[in-house]
Design a protein around this ligand. Structure first.
Ligand code: FES
Ligand SMILES: [Fe+2]
Length: 446
């Protein structure tokens, strides 16, 4: 049975922009989230450049579950639970590396890089030769696929293809992964830290909260650039029916006044304009691929919000550079990413403080959990037929359309048993099977 749909519909009124903070702190909702959302959505695992060679692996999470993503001998990629089939111990405790086998450190069951169980200590004596190793390989994800080097997987065999899942978001993802002929690479190293708050608060902010920057980052942006903006900067927002969001300013491609990358960026922007058109050549902003992958392309930063409980999440932060950029440019991109968006980055810590304090208030308070939060900014001002930008588009940098669609999508995942992808298919012009319709959406809405 799906989660109590009526109860959740009462907490997430995305049409009117009213959200109950209970969805950020309630343990029962969190457990359902792991099953209903993280158990079904396509989740970002890694980028091709992180595991280039056969045997390369990266240890990550899908929701609360540890997952190894590994390059196979034939160049393909597999992903499977990092949990031994004997007693569930982790079979690999390294963060990444290159391996031929993973030997569980509890009793020694050993798996190959494809996840097959290849060795069991004393199998003849202990199991009388009766253990069928072929049945006890690591649990594989149901589907794995990649988009321009970004590897995603889902635990749900009935999930739609990755491209359908990403939908219009690919138009915006391309501004970051496909803006130059050589594409991107993720530099070695993943910085991880913990926030005592709910992962959705961070994901929704990256989906479209341009509004906070001028106040939250007033002093830190002043350190590295022009600081607090007077009024709203020129820009726009994209909100996907599928929960993805992007919010960007135009005309600036760096946070630094004295830009060490200025010359490179100017040259690159000409290339980007040729490849993607003028509208996408100078977007500086932030995005979220629903549910928990986000980025700040102009700050060379990619991150994943890994849930660790209703009121705890980890930020996993990667630095992304143009693969064919000169070394000194890559270094400058890395330095800028670290100084601004690293764990102790001047900009990053501002956000973490907000998320953490909000988490404390929800954990400790009762009255503060009773009031609705206001997500009404820009309500009704989006257009769905912008001549250039796909998706629901808002021609300003301020608005909460991306957040409203994020929670609308979240609600669909939480309250439907069937895969809730129907509306996306309808919007792409393909026929819709009525039997597949999300069965708990109120009549007459889409
Ligand atoms: S738990 Fe892995 S071998 Fe026993
Ligand atoms: Fe921020």
């Amino acid at each position: 049975m799906a989660f109590d749909a009526a109860e959740l519909h009462g907490k997430v009124d995305w049409r009117n922009g009213l959200i109950s903070p209970e969805i950020f702190i309630d343990e029962k909702i969190y457990r359902e989230e792991l099953r209903q959302l993280f158990g079904r959505a396509w989740l970002f695992l890694a980028h091709d450049s992180m595991i280039p060679k056969p045997g390369d692996f990266f240890n990550t999470y899908m929701g609360g579950d540890p997952v190894i993503v590994a390059r196979q001998k034939d160049g393909s990629v597999k992903a499977y639970l990092n949990a031994c089939r004997h007693r569930g111990m982790k079979v690999c405790r390294a963060e990444d590396g290159n391996a031929r086998n993973f030997m569980c450190t509890y009793h020694g069951w050993t798996y190959d890089i494809a996840g097959n169980l290849v060795s069991v200590p004393n199998a003849a004596d202990a199991y009388h030769g009766e253990l069928d190793r072929s049945r006890w390989g690591l649990v594989q994800v149901a589907q794995i696929d990649s988009y321009k080097g970004l590897i995603f997987a889902t635990f749900d065999p009935s999930a739609p293809p990755l491209l359908d899942y990403l939908g219009d978001m690919t138009y915006y993802i391309d501004t970051w992964v496909d803006h130059v002929p050589g594409g991107i690479e993720v530099l070695p190293g993943c910085v991880k830290w913990t926030i005592h708050g709910n992962w959705k608060i961070a994901a929704e902010q990256f989906a479209g909260d341009g509004y906070h920057a001028a106040v939250t980052h007033s002093s830190s942006l002043g350190l590295v650039g022009e600081g607090m903006w007077g009024g709203m900067p020129p820009g726009g927002q994209f909100a996907s029916r599928l929960g993805h969001g992007h919010s960007f300013v135009t005309g600036r491609v760096t946070r630094f006044d004295d830009d060490p990358l200025g010359e490179y960026n100017a040259r690159r922007n000409a290339v980007v304009e040729d490849r993607l058109g003028p509208e996408r050549s100078n977007m500086l902003g932030n995005f979220t691929v629903f549910p928990n992958m986000s980025g700040l392309p102009a700050s060379a930063n990619l991150r994943v919000w890994h849930p660790k409980g209703p009121n705890t999440f980890e930020i996993w932060s990667f630095t992304v550079v143009d693969k064919d950029a000169p070394d000194h440019v890559k270094k400058a991109q890395q330095l800028s990413a670290t100084l601004t968006e690293g764990a102790a980055g001047t900009v990053e810590v501002d956000d973490g403080e907000n998320w953490d304090l909000m988490g404390q208030m929800l954990a400790q308070g009762h009255q503060t959990r009773q009031m609705s939060w206001n997500y009404q900014m820009g309500l009704g001002h989006e257009v769905d037929d912008h001549p250039v930008h796909p998706g629901s588009f808002n021609a300003t940098y301020y608005g909460e359309g991306p957040q409203r669609t994020f929670y609308r999508r979240w609600l669909e995942f939480m309250t439907t048993e069937k895969w809730p992808h129907v509306d996306a298919v309808r919007e792409s012009g393909e026929p819709v099977d009525a039997a597949d319709r999300a069965d708990t959406s109120p009549a007459g809405t889409r």
